[in-house]
Design a protein around this ligand. Structure first.
Ligand SMILES: [Zn+2]
Length: 280
């Protein structure tokens, strides 16, 4: 019922025509169609948590294990096909096929950051797997990984079609990167970690990359970080700010490591927050 309530409140229509086990969730933002694509799912262990004591773990991550996922997002604006991250480069290609979108029809790839589970689908054997795409990423992120062979190998096949930009501050009036899309700085997980706010027809979706890895504990306790965070304290600070922003402004969110449907609304609960998954 809560999902329906929020849907009505926000005028957001969830239009999934797919079963959960297909790993695709479709969602409408104004005239944009957005598809959350599951790359893989599995089990994670609480040993990656930073800043949680044994009691917190027992309460929010019972047994010390949690359901983990990796996702990508496809945005179909009507004019352009835009992919946000590429996962490991596995299931994303099957999902695109299911949706009738060829890799050569992807116009842009927006990267949240340069970890392997986000850039793994960019290239194979030095050939770009999205041959017509322009790749966008934060200047800060590109600079941080300047010495990384993996990052260089992922980006090199796109040559001068790699575009860097400086993401804006959360809540600021930010010029659009592409029509309907703005890039927001959420540095901490990595030094150039970027969120993409997608807006159309008065509706929005904040695709937040790796802001949260373990949803069972990081919504109620946003101060908890993970070992993957380059700067755990900065990651916790921006996580708290973004949760407050999403809840306060009623902006639905989508995440690369949230479990299916990986899109939902954030609301305050106790000293933290909770996620209400989008209707299916
Ligand atoms: Zn990740």
């Amino acid at each position: 019922m809560k999902t329906v309530f929020y849907g009505v409140l926000l005028g957001v229509t969830a239009v999934s025509g797919f079963a959960a086990d297909e790993g695709i969730f479709s969602y409408r933002v104004g005239r944009f169609e957005i598809f959350m694509l599951v790359e893989n799912q599995g089990q994670g262990r609480s040993s990656l948590l930073i800043g949680a004591d044994a009691r917190d773990i027992e309460r929010y991550v019972p047994g010390g294990t949690y359901q983990s996922a990796t996702n990508t997002f496809l945005i179909r604006t009507g004019e352009k096909n835009i992919l946000v991250d590429t996962g490991f480069g596995g299931a994303v290609f099957n999902h695109l096929k299911t949706l009738g979108v060829e890799a050569a029809q992807i116009d842009a790839v927006l990267l949240t950051h340069l970890h392997g589970d986000h850039i793994g689908g960019l290239q194979k054997g030095g050939k770009p797997l999205f041959p017509r795409a322009t790749v966008y990423l934060a200047q800060e992120e590109r600079e941080f990984w300047a010495g990384s062979a993996n990052a260089a190998a992922a980006l090199a096949p796109y040559g001068d079609k790699v575009v860097t930009f400086r993401p804006g501050a959360l809540g600021a009036d930010i010029p659009e990167l592409l029509p309907g899309i703005t890039a927001i700085a959420a540095f901490g997980h990595t030094p150039g970690h970027t969120l993409y706010l997608v807006q159309s027809g008065g509706e929005g979706l904040l695709i937040w990359g790796d802001l949260i890895h373990v949803q069972g504990i990081q919504f109620p306790l946003p101060g908890v970080s993970v070992t993957y965070d380059t700067d755990p304290a900065a990651a916790a600070a921006i996580r708290t700010k973004v949760l407050e922003y999403a809840a306060g402004n009623h902006i639905p969110i989508g995440g690369m490591h949230l479990v299916y449907p990986a899109i939902g609304t954030v609301s305050p609960q106790g000293n933290g927050y909770r996620l209400t998954p989008a209707g299916r």
